[in-house]
Design a protein around this ligand. Sequence first.
Ligand code: 4AD
Ligand code: MG
Length: 455
Amino acid sequence: MDRALIKRILAGEVQADEVLVCGWVRTKRQAKHFSFIQLNDGSCLTDIQIVVDAGVVSDEVLSAITTGASLQVTGKLVESQGKGQSFEIQASEVVLLGSAEADYPLQKKGHSVEFLREIAHLRPRTNLIGALLRVRSKMAFAVHTFFQEREFQYIHTPIITGSDCEGAGELFKVESTSGNSSDSGENNEFFGKPTYLTVSGQLEGETMACGLSNIYTFGPTFRAENSNTSRHANEFWMIEPEMAFCDLEMDMTTAEDFIKYLVQYALEHCAEDLGFFNKFVDKQLFDRLEDLLKKPSHRLSYKEAIVILKKSEKTFKYPIEYGVNLQSEHERYLTEEYFKSPVTVYDYPKEIKPFYMRQNDDGKTVAAMDVLVPGIGEIIGGSQREERLDVLLKNMKKHNIDEKDYWWYVDLRKYGTVEHSGFGLGFERLLMFVTGISNIRDVIPFPRTPGSAEF
Ligand code: 4AD
Ligand code: MG
């Protein structure tokens, strides 16, 4: 008999009278003449109830069926008498695949997220992390669907790179453990030059867009920031579309549409898991998600944002002044308190932004944009790119970037240069927004943060 997924059974999609399921025991209640086992296989949030009449398994096996043990159960599918359950299984055979030792750490519900991080290898068996991982998987699929439906090409940009796209100098260096020299290498560097783990696939993405028109990347990204916040990880996943023949206006529209699409997708395809988050993690979750779909995104310039923030009479930890970077507290004031909706801030002072952003005619600002959402702050950062060779070279000089190191990037401006734009969405920030989970460490299977890479 083929194994049936519990999700399919509970959805009423399994027609057979007899079924075979496998999973891990969540709880067992033992009475004199029968036992109830709650079994979960991770295919959905809800456990299936297994009814085991006395005599179906030996007393020895029955007592070894404890929380955390793995089972294979064959039995009759019956409509459940209990409330909240559609089907249960009247077991005819129960095979104990693997018992769980008495110190199994997930004996009861309601462990703290901090504790669960210490057992990242076992936490997929909890409702919280199970639900998150299913939503994460669905959202990854939704990212591809959004772009594929719009004829964007999916590009794999390198993870090992010689460039520092964001210019922030927060790089992890790549070295070989068997010595860094190769025959071809100068400076004792394996690749003949210093290389790092990528902080963004954007620069390589631009080369692809200037040939394919519309592309997107979706890959791991690494930043050696030593910031222990709930929104920063040293390894995270970023989605970076890049569009040729596209200005900042179109870039912002794509970004806003993208977020809405993903939220809509989550509500449609992850209803059970989001219901769990709405009940146990963040009671405002559904309201906030539905709100985002209803309300248009507000757009305002950085300059206007500063005026609003200065007028707010709030005491910010980081005082606000024209020319400073917006901090999370400023972003959250704008989106949570002032506009109570997503906000797109554009045209930032050029001094606080990377070399590749397109200079505006005022000579002071660049065509940058950030999308801010309630509860998170910045979820997307993007810009129109500097496509004018002379302006780009000047910008590079100002940022102390040697144009020789970026000759291929400069080439794009020499051969058929075009207006182009793009942005980056932090996948974990999106997941925090969609689930209400407030710490980035709980939306990625194995978080990488300063001092922490156990698994
Ligand atoms: O604003 P960022 O640094 O933009 C770029 O990297 C551009 N090259 C993107 C582009 O235009 N193609 O990063 C983009 C997004 C942020 O808005 C945030 O959501 C996420 O990436 N992000 C992080 N997420 C988790 N941990 C970190 N340390 C992050 N740093 C950025
Ligand atoms: Mg940014």
